[in-house]
Design a protein around this ligand. Structure first.
Ligand code: KG4
Ligand code: ZN
Length: 342
């Protein structure tokens, strides 16, 4: 039965711990009033997320972060009416930290829990701030682990139109950066250097994938071979071509992404286009999307930067729609590292 009593104040604490960011947010009557995220610098030295270290860092971060988000929002824990957490998909050890914390707090306060799907939350980040898309819209969800085109029919009704068959777009950015000797996560650095380079300096191939699906592994290999051959011929190849290499690989990744969005828009007739996930922070993707919007008469939606990369604000937003339906979780739930909902 949906919650209809609007005379009460509904305050939901949300926790995100699916990968290497610990985040907590407070949602009051459907509005995100505070969203705080603690990154984990420990992984940079290893060139990627080390799951064991991620769980340990979540353990250290979670209590101080929740305490801080409550204080910043001016909320005492006794005022909470619900606790949301990411149940999956993600790293199992990381998910377990957020989930166990949420269960303990929910049990002690005797309030319901809301289980949130991380990718559904990336899409619903569009409902945190204005302007909000109207249904139906298409959402390109691009992160370190996923690359999907979703048809969004309603807050909790979404259909998967296509996804990557191998690497995610974020992985393509991070692995290219690694080949160039840049630290993890390399996506933001590729973005920064790309702004100073020529996107047509190195024409990379356009890997084929059926329908609305994507493939990035062939692109990753051709980038690796080009750089290896370049370094063989000139040991300073990377240094001399860093900006052009970043601009060219970024251009190719983004053009692959947006060509499939165009195909999906043409075939569904939907012209409201949203982008979500960490790669949605990419400046090249944002400006290419703006150009395509004019070309194709699209209305485009991009969340605020803090709500593109992993954050608990989006978890709170997704939880809010389940909370209104009283779609509550159970104390014996386990994490779902590969949670398939579409
Ligand atoms: O959504 P997210 O924070 O975490 C996952 O759920 O995976 O996405 C992280 C991914 C990483 O691959 C990171 O390099 C990429 O998003 N990313 C970027 C940028 N900012 C984050 N990629 C390209 N350009 C950026 N500015
Ligand atoms: Zn994510």
């Amino acid at each position: 039965m949906p919650i209809t009593d609007t005379s009460l104040t509904h305050i939901v604490l949300a926790i995100e711990s699916s990968c290497d960011d610990t985040s907590a947010a407070i949602c009051v009557d459907g509005k995100i009033v505070c969203n705080l995220t603690a990154g984990q610098a420990v992984h940079a030295a290893y060139g990627g997320v080390v799951p064991e270290l991620a769980s340990r860092a979540h353990m250290q971060n979670i209590y101080p972060l929740v305490d801080q988000v409550l204080k910043t929002a001016g909320v005492r824990k006794e005022m909470l009416t619900g606790i949301a957490y990411t149940r999956g998909p993600g790293l199992v050890g990381s998910l377990m930290v957020g989930m166990s914390f949420a269960k303990g707090l929910a049990l002690s306060l005797n309030i319901p829990m809301i289980e949130v799907h991380h990718m559904q939350a990336h899409v619903l980040a569009h409902f945190i701030d204005e302007p909000k898309p109207t249904f139906p819209f298409l959402c390109l969800t691009v992160s370190g682990g996923h690359t999907q085109i979703i048809r969004v029919n309603d807050f909790l009704s979404m259909e998967l139109l296509g996804e990557t068959q191998d690497d995610a777009a974020g992985e393509a950015f991070d692995k290219s950066a690694k080949v160039l000797g840049l630290p993890y996560p390399g996506g933001p650095l590729v973005d920064l250097y790309a702004s100073k380079g020529n996107p047509e300096a190195f024409p990379f191939p356009y890997p084929a994938a059926p329908g609305f699906n994507f493939s990035f592994s062939g692109l990753k290999t051709s980038f690796l071979y080009l750089v290896q051959d370049g370094v063989k011929a000139d040991p300073d190849f990377i240094e001399k071509n860093l900006f052009d290499l970043c601009a060219s690989i970024q251009y190719r990744i983004n053009s692959i992404l947006l060509s499939k969005v165009k195909k999906a828009s043409l075939e569904t007739g939907i012209k409201s286009i949203a982008i979500a996930g960490g790669v949605a922070a990419n400046k090249g993707l944002r400006s290419m999307l703006a150009e395509k919007a004019i070309e194709n008469n699209w209305e485009v939606f991009i969340p605020d930067f803090q709500y593109c990369t992993d954050n608990a604000g989006m978890i709170a937003m997704a939880a809010w729609y389940k909370y209104l339906q009283q779609d509550f979780g159970s104390m014996d739930a386990e994490p779902l590292p590969r949670w398939k909902i579409w």
